[in-house]
Structures are given as C-alpha cells and as structure tokens.
Design a protein around this ligand. Sequence first.
Ligand SMILES: N[C@@H](CCC(=O)N[C@@H](CS)C(=O)NCC(=O)O)C(=O)O
Length: 218
Amino acid sequence: MVLNLYGLEPSPACRTVLLTLNALGCEFKLKKIQLKKFEQKTEDFRKKNPLQLIPVLEDEGQYLADSHAISAYLVRKYAKNDSLYPKDFKQRALVDHRLFFDSGVLFASLNAITIKVFQENNPIIPEDKQNDVISGYEFLEKFLENSNYVAGENVTIADFSILATVSSLNYLVPIDGKKFPKVMQWMELMTKLPYYERGNELGLALFAKKCEIFLKKE
Ligand SMILES: N[C@@H](CCC(=O)N[C@@H](CS)C(=O)NCC(=O)O)C(=O)O
C-alpha cells in the first residue's frame, strides 16, 4: 500500500511526517503542494484538509491532517512495535505532552515568525516573538535535563516534531549553546539517526536557504 503525502520538504510540519515515514520504512509518494503558488488554498485541497495547511496524508482513500496526528496514526497502523508512540498510558501521556508542547508553544512561535518573514516579507523579527522562541528553548532544556530524548530514554514521534520545529527555529532565532547545552546535545544525537538525512536534513537545508534569502533583505 503506497501512501501519499501532500506537502513540501522545507515545511517543518511536513518534515515531522517525513521523519516518521522514514523511521517506519513506509513506502510513500510525496505530492508536492507549492505554498508560494497557494496550492493549499484551492477548493480541491480544501476537501483534503479544511484548514488548508500541509501536511496531509492519504491512506486508502482517507485524508488525514496535522503532522502530530498523522505521525501517531502512522505508528499505530504501521509500526512493528510501539516504541515511537508507546501504548503504556503513562509513557504515552508524556509523549502527548511533548507533542502538544510542540504544537501549542514551539510551532506556534515558529509560525508567528514565518508569517512575518516569509508571507509579509518583513526581515525584522520582533523582540517579543524572539523571546517566545527563547522561552520555548528554556522549557525544552528542562525536559532534556534528565533524559536523552524529549520524552524519556527512547526516540519517539515527539522528538521528530520538536526536532523539525527547533532545527528550523535555529535559523531564525539561533540557539545559544552556552544557555542550552542539552538542546544542542539532543539535536546532535538526532542527526545520528539513520533516517535523519531523508527525514529532516534535506528539507531543512531548503528551509535554511529560504531564511537566508528573506532575512538578508534587512
Ligand atoms: N499543526 C499543523 C500545522 C500545519 C502548518 O501550519 N503548515 C504550514 C507549513 S509548515 C502551512 O501549510 N502553511 C501554509 C499557509 O499558512 O497557508 C501541523 O502540525 O501539521
């Protein structure tokens, strides 16, 4: 069964799903949705995701949206074991906490900046928006105080989503390695994953290039 992923590699939310798909070894086709051509705003795409955002996964004729929800679904349906999204209630509660932290805090702070920089074409990142990002880094540093990964001693989909977001944020509000050594260590650890290149690195390089172009305008 070939899955279709509607999205684009530079998009952090799409990279979360790319990490999950590659970690699971799922066969999939990337159906590119060009945001700069507003392909997510078409009537056809609205039928796939009423929120008109990428990524969207198509599996057996069903369309699923939101990178966190898609990743959880993929593990439940296709993983050989539950390590990426544990079935144990307490472990899962921790993973869910980190996923919601990404969605509600980290990704929200990224989105607030990318709207300004990419959509409004404004190269100046307001201080309050930078502070929101730094406060997100502070929480993440705390989460990593006593564990190698963001939700314990094993890699989970929470690492995928937070990595996709934070590695992108790093190009907009650089992470201070002296203040956030655990965050830096964890990011380095994540680059060792065998599916890191296909899941995050390639798309992140495109995202970095985009940041360079838009921020250079100052
Ligand atoms: N919570 C959603 C966020 C999705 C999202 O904001 N996607 C961005 C790309 S990273 C998008 O589609 N932006 C297009 C737009 O705002 O029109 C998820 O995790 O999938």
